[in-house]
Design a protein around this ligand. Structure first.
Ligand code: ZN
Length: 142
């Protein structure tokens, strides 16, 4: 397993990207709206992980609630799973609590979230790329 991305809740993805560009050598960015999560995602590809800037697209988005309660900051850490159903079942057997079921997130990946109470206050996303995805970014494959 490895860290797939670190997600940061932001008020404006464009403004946040400008900040991150001051530090990071950003040359690979992917932007996507995920309607069922009510977020706009700006993915900054780093050498061995990614930073995901999450901007809410609706008042009803969980990210809107997060920003209201806590302000901008780290929202979750995502870890890749090879066999997500197996990993979820093992974790359930050990008493880990999940938030909702498996669903489709950005870039067609299967994702689910683990309740922060199960992991010492950190919201963790488990994600698995679609079968045809070999882990490389879209740009690398084209
Ligand atoms: Zn994520």
């Amino acid at each position: 397993m490895r860290v797939d991305h670190i997600a940061i809740a932001v008020n404006s993805a464009e403004d946040a990207l400008e900040n991150y560009k001051k530090l990071l050598n950003v040359d690979k960015i992917e932007i996507e709206e995920v309607p069922n999560e009510m977020v706009k995602v700006v993915m900054i590809n780093l050498q061995d992980t990614r930073i995901e800037l999450l901007e809410p697209t609706s008042e009803n988005s969980p990210i809107s609630k997060f920003l209201k309660d806590r302000g901008e900051g780290i929202h979750h850490i995502a870890i890749t799973a090879d066999e997500i159903e197996t990993d979820v079942n093992h974790a359930l057997d050990k008493g880990i609590k999940f938030l909702g079921g498996l669903r489709t997130g950005s870039y067609g990946r299967k994702i689910t979230f683990i309740h922060p109470k199960s992991l010492n206050g950190v919201l963790v996303e488990l994600c698995q790329a679609p079968p045809q995805d070999d882990g490389q970014t879209l740009e690398n494959k084209i």
